[in-house]
Design a protein around this ligand. Structure first.
Ligand code: URA
Length: 238
């Protein structure tokens, strides 16, 4: 069995998809996509003057364990969920906001969606501890509602500093919210996904959120396309 087919099948099996599709669109390679420079976001914080592990600790301390910059601290969050993983990671995942499990455990993507994310990471031959994982906002919105603009405004500078510290080669934005936030775009995820963006010093690849995949397993096929692209970039096969 050729290597590509083998890895397709392994990914599908791992993620619980039965069978393969033979339609031509699943066999064609994605078009080379012109890099799009996102609209400049807010002023880029200076790079932390420490090696990444220490710099992340400094950012975490500045954020504080009892952050009260936005109203979420009054709305039932248990703790600030900073981020986790390899401070020198080549690959970074950015999600939206902690959910109930993350709020309890203090780590991003540890609930059902997180377990699927871990499988997605492993499908491209990495371990969860090889990558860095963070969210746009660090506190759980009540009832899992979407983060509100004032919450994002207060919190996203910390994400940008995490990105500028880890300096990943590839950032995967998980879902519409993270993609729109990073790219300063209002486009639906279906328009943004499948494209690549030059973002700061990284290539940003938007894909579907694992929580969406739990509801819509057929979308795993597109995520697999995106993840193969991520793996190729990381391996220098671009
Ligand atoms: N969804 C997210 O966007 N982030 C998490 O950490 C968990 C679920």
């Amino acid at each position: 069995m050729n290597e590509e087919l083998k890895s397709h099948l392994e990914f599908f099996e791992e993620l619980g998809i039965d069978g393969v599709r033979l339609e031509p669109e699943w066999r064609t390679r994605r078009e080379p996509i012109e890099p799009v420079e996102p609209a400049p976001s807010e002023p880029i914080e200076p790079t932390e003057p420490f090696e990444p592990k220490t710099a992340l600790r400094v950012i975490r301390e500045e954020l504080g364990t009892d952050c009260s910059r936005c109203k979420l601290h009054t709305l039932g969050r248990t703790q600030v969920v900073f981020g986790v993983g390899n401070p020198n990671a080549d690959l970074m995942f950015v999600g939206e906001a902690p959910g109930a499990d993350e709020d309890i455990q203090g780590e991003p993507f540890v609930g059902r969606a997180g377990q699927l994310l871990t499988k997605i990471i492993e499908a491209i031959d990495l371990r969860r501890e090889d990558v860095y994982i963070a969210n746009v906002i660090k506190c759980r919105p009540p009832g899992n509602r979407n983060p509100e603009p004032d919450e994002v405004e207060q919190c996203e500078p910390f994400l940008f500093r995490q990105i500028d510290t880890v300096k990943p080669k590839v950032i995967v934005a998980l879902g519409k919210f993270a993609a729109q936030c990073l790219l300063r775009s209002n486009d639906p995820i279906t328009r943004i996904r499948g494209r690549e963006f030059k973002y700061r010093d990284a290539i940003l690849i938007p894909t579907y959120h694992p929580a969406y995949l739990l509801r819509t397993p057929s979308a795993k096929r597109e995520v697999w396309e995106d993840m193969k692209r991520v793996r190729a970039i990381l391996r220098g096969e671009t």
